[in-house]
Design a protein around this ligand. Sequence first.
Ligand code: GLU
Length: 389
Amino acid sequence: MSTVRVRFAPSPTGPLHIGGVRTALYNYLFAKKHNGTFILRVEDTDQTRYVPGAEDYIKQSLNWAGLELDEGPDQGGEFGPYRQSERKALYAEYTNTLIDNGWAYRAFDTPEELDAKREAAKAAGNHSWQYDSTTRLEMKNSLTLSKEEEATFLAAGTPFAVRFKIPKDETVEFVDEIRGKVSFQTNVLDDKVLYKADGMPTYHMANVIDDHHMAISHVIRGEEWLPSTPLHVLLYKAFGWEHPAFAHLPLILKPQGQGKLSKRDGAKFGFPVFPLVWQDGEESWAGYRETGFYPDGFNNMLAFLGWNPGTDQEIFSLEELIEAFDLEKVSKSGARFDYDKAKWFNQQHLIQKDDEAIAIDAHPYFAEAGMELSAETIFKVVQLYKERV
Ligand code: GLU
């Protein structure tokens, strides 16, 4: 039996960007290639950023792209629940474990007190104040309060956060499947909040506990999470757990210029950055599906944003992608988005399709354009224009 278990772990804070779909696709391809399990875990612990409808949108997007889930909120599975808001008891329990074994502490500092520290540091010409081994002993926490004082705070219901005690002067090392050996100095890390005053864990805490409890073998996610990984590695160590393998995917870059592709770029350059149309109040954001992309053309285009098979073949069905996919061929550097190339991929898939199937798919588009044509006429149009659209 294969032990490959991977998860796609989006936060339902809005529609899924194509970068997110690519992460899901790579996880799916890796799972299927190794006869493994592809899991959806909804990371909804940040209630201030929760967007109604986003979870459904994510599921519909995966469904449209044909990335079938083996386990998830709707599929169920042995490792559920698959929504973090339903796993709260687990996080509370493990937070206490870390406090008990000295890896974490309660911090009673108010937001105003923290702001005052930052401001004072700024005034002194030091821009980056952080809660860490050099400052934690000046703060109001389990390490500086007496047992009695802390008990009084707790009895009075004083809000507190639980922070991780990052060790001083250590080097954290791990192997990234795409980047090779990565190392971080612990002195650059801050004592991250693991558990918030509102009784919810932060991303880091919930993510590590769930990856362990769901027996995740490989964490495949975007590069933006690489700086959080040393903290995660330390958390695994604090729990006495082995960490999964990590693979951080390169960013998808703007067509021109610097930086990550954003939803505004789509509007600016006239291409969709979302798989399906997304309605946000008055604003509507275009989707690949509605623009006329086929799921296989869309997947093919996404697969090539950061990966290539190392051969000349460019046109792949989902089955062929599963066969060819390999984390070792994922590139370390960002992949520039090219909408013309995206359309080319879709066109190649369109050309391979049966004329009649295209005619059926095309029917609503003619109707929408006010052209009531017979099925026979549409079929002829398809035959004539298929290679040219
Ligand atoms: N919830 C995180 C996100 O929205 C998941 C990151 C991860 O895969 O660890 O991207």
